[in-house]
Design a protein around this ligand. Structure first.
Ligand code: IMP
Length: 217
């Protein structure tokens, strides 16, 4: 059954949800995003759930693999995000392999240096890039819903020690600071009046919230 076949009507999420990530940076962002909705978030790490192999060929497939595995193992609804940085002049790389470019030591200085080296090898002057987040919400009975968000910008020499991953080299359109130079609130905060948000994950979350979350009271 394809991802789209599984998507039917939206279900409203209440109570407890598993955040199917072992990435501390993403966990903090997702917890903060969920806070206003009265949903209790537990992480896959806290529940001791195994991390499934990410064998998909698209962000949405990998997010579904992680969310479905966590929902089945915990018997609770589960969220998973799969995300990455896509560089235009590198035909979308590192893309699905964004985490893997940093190697087992999670060396993102090395991964950012590799992007520069690959651009130099191609003689590329185009420095456009975007982050993508595919967010899947899966229920223990197999129902899933997919939401996606993107943020476009330019690659610059790494600046700033905030954030994680490739944040220091990504300057989003409309800002003169990189994701490494802005607070987590500015990066993934949501203006719930307008629905505006900056980061790819926050943008995906806004669409998810409209479909599946309600404010208490
Ligand atoms: P995932 O855990 O397979 O989704 O790995 C995504 C990888 O993409 C992360 O390890 C980071 O390297 C990168 N990435 C995703 N979102 C962000 C972000 O918001 N800032 C910086 N890097 C990110």
């Amino acid at each position: 059954m394809s991802q789209s076949d599984r998507v039917s009507e939206h279900r409203i999420l209440t109570g407890k949800v598993v955040i199917a990530t072992h990435n501390a940076g993403k966990l903090v962002e997702m917890r903060e995003l969920l806070a206003p909705f009265g949903v209790e978030a537990v992480s896959a790490g806290e529940l001791g759930l195994a991390e499934p192999d990410e064998t998909g060929t698209m962000f949405s497939e990998n997010a579904a693999i992680k969310a479905i595995a966590a929902a089945e193992a915990s018997d609770l609804p589960a969220f998973a995000d799969d995300s990455g940085l896509c560089v235009d002049a590198l035909d979308g790389a590192p893309g699905l392999f964004s985490a893997r470019w940093a190697g087992p030591d999670k060396d993102f200085s090395g991964a950012m240096a590799r992007i520069e080296a690959e651009l130099a090898k191609r003689g590329a002057t185009d420095r456009r890039a975007h982050f993508v987040s595919a967010l899947v919400l899966a229920w223990p009975d197999g129902h899933t819903e997919l939401f996606e968000g993107r943020v476009f910008g330019d690659l610059v020499a790494p600046r700033g020690a905030l954030g994680f991953g490739y944040d220091p080299m990504f300057r989003p359109d409309g800002l003169d600071r990189t994701f490494g130079e802005i607070s987590s609130e500015e990066k993934h905060g949501v203006d719930w009046q307008s629905g505006n948000a900056l980061s790819h994950r926050a943008r995906a979350f806004v669409t998810l919230a409209a479909a599946c979350l309600r404010r208490p009271g």
